[in-house]
Design a binder for this molecule. Structure first.
Ligand code: NDP
Ligand code: MG
Length: 384
């Protein structure tokens, strides 16, 4: 494989820093030519010193730019990520911004890059039809980074043209998997951020605890693999060793396994179709002894059901779900609302925000704004 230039969008985050770990292990394979972040300037300066990209971006302009990072071209402001990506002329883009805030970057990457490595699931949840159509129209591979979708993508290589009957998305169950419903309501930020198997950014860790994350992933899988909601099931699997599965018409199920380490799926997308060795902990079946499975509990995790319903309704419904969730998670992390209110806030938005057709990116943003306005109203009401 020739050396490829890559833009790491969301470089200071959990996915971004793990991707840069892979870049540092393979200096002859990857050149990180563009690094971006939102506001973590000190962290980004450190990465710029180390990886020496052509371009870097921060949405929030820092008070001063240290002398030793001025060798690269800097971009600041709300559209800084996209401007830096375009200027860098990166061949590949790893889209690892969190939330719908990453949609513009995914859209721009599809204009200028040869391959788009997608961690930013909210971009597909909100703009899925548009993004998939654009990628297909331009023949650009959209390589999944989310571990479940990477697993399915890997299993699908054995498909040989056969139809897939079902996708089985595994779920750890999050930090509150074993909690009683009443106790879950008042789970603190500390409780919720203690994920049992994965170490990730704050927003996705909250989404795992509410199981909104699995709902977003069902929608993500629907877009990536062109499967209807009815053919995507969730299996609770606390050890996170099976990353997901596909079932064929003859009942055969293929699973992709590995110890939980996001460098696996990130590296697979970066090196695709080649597998890049790294110091992965091997699966030791003797030590594991057993793997456990259960059905999801929609009573304790109502937002999961809401996401499935939102996908079935279609139009702007998944955008509304995502927007209300982003607002609710923000309020929970700021300790403005109890954890148990998150599904209520989403439910209110799904019920009250009018569903519209999504035919353009501005349609996505309009639905997102309407959902956030509804959610913020509910949050204000709850705070009184
Ligand atoms: P983090 O919160 O750790 O990192 C987010 C990154 O995006 C940071 O670099 C952050 O910059 C940047 N960012 C945040 N807001 C904006 C914005 N408005 N504009 C531009 N950049 C922004 O998130 P994760 O790495 O955990 O997750 C990233 C994406 O990957 C999410 O969509 C998540 O669902 C998905 N994902 C993550 C997994 C994981 O293991 N972490 C697993 C599977 C999927 P700053 O530091 O300045 O805030
Ligand atoms: Mg996942």
């Amino acid at each position: 494989m020739e050396k490829r230039t890559i833009a790491i969008l969301g470089a200071t985050g959990s996915i971004g820093t793990q991707a840069l770990d892979i870049v540092s292990r393979y200096p002859d394979r990857f050149d990180a030519v563009c690094l971006t972040a939102h506001a973590s300037s000190e962290k980004l300066f450190e990465l710029v010193r180390r990886f020496r990209p052509r371009c870097a971006a921060l949405n929030v302009e820092p008070a001063a730019l240290p002398e030793d990072v001025r060798f690269c071209e800097w971009f600041f402001g709300p559209d800084a990520t996209v401007r830096a990506l375009l200027a860098s002329k990166a061949q590949d883009a790893l889209c690892a911004i969190v939330g719908i805030a990453g949609l513009d970057a995914v859209w721009a990457a599809l204009d200028v890059c040869q391959r788009v490595l997608l961690a930013n699931k909210e971009a597909l949840v909100t703009g899925g039809d548009l993004v998939m159509r654009k990628a297909a129209g331009k023949g650009i591979p959209l390589l999944p980074v989310d571990s479940e979708h990477s697993a399915i993508f890997q299993c699908l290589q054995a498909r040989q043209g056969n139809p897939v009957k079902r996708l089985l998305l595994t779920a750890s169950g999050g930090a509150l998997r074993t909690w009683e419903k009443a106790a879950m309501y008042d789970a603190t930020v500390r409780d919720v951020l203690k994920h049992p198997t994965w170490c990730m950014g704050g927003k996705i860790t909250v989404d795992c605890a509410s199981m909104v994350n699995k709902g977003l992933e069902i929608i993500e899988a629907h877009h990536l693999f062109d499967m209807p909601a009815e053919q995507i099931d969730v299996v609770i699997h606390p050890q996170s060793v099976i990353h997901s599965m596909i079932e064929f018409e003859d009942g055969a199920v293929l699973a992709q396994m590995g110890m939980p380490d996001m460098r696996g799926p990130i590296g697979y997308a970066m090196g695709w179709p080649e597998r890049l060795p790294y110091d992965a902990k091997p699966v030791n079946f003797y030590e594991l002894g057993h793997l456990d499975f259960a059905a999801p509990d929609y009573d304790r995790f109502p937002a999961l059901k809401m996401a499935i319903e939102a996908l079935k309704v279609g139009g702007s419904m998944p955008v509304i779900l995502n927007g209300a969730n982003e607002a609710a998670v923000g309020a929970f992390l700021r300790e403005q609302i109890p954890f148990g209110r998150i599904p209520e806030i989403i439910g209110h938005a799904l019920e009250h925000v009018p569903v519209t057709a999504i035919t353009s990116i501005p349609d996505v943003y309009a639905a997102d704004a309407a959902a956030r306005a509804d959610a913020e109203n509910t949050i204000r009401r709850l705070a009184c």
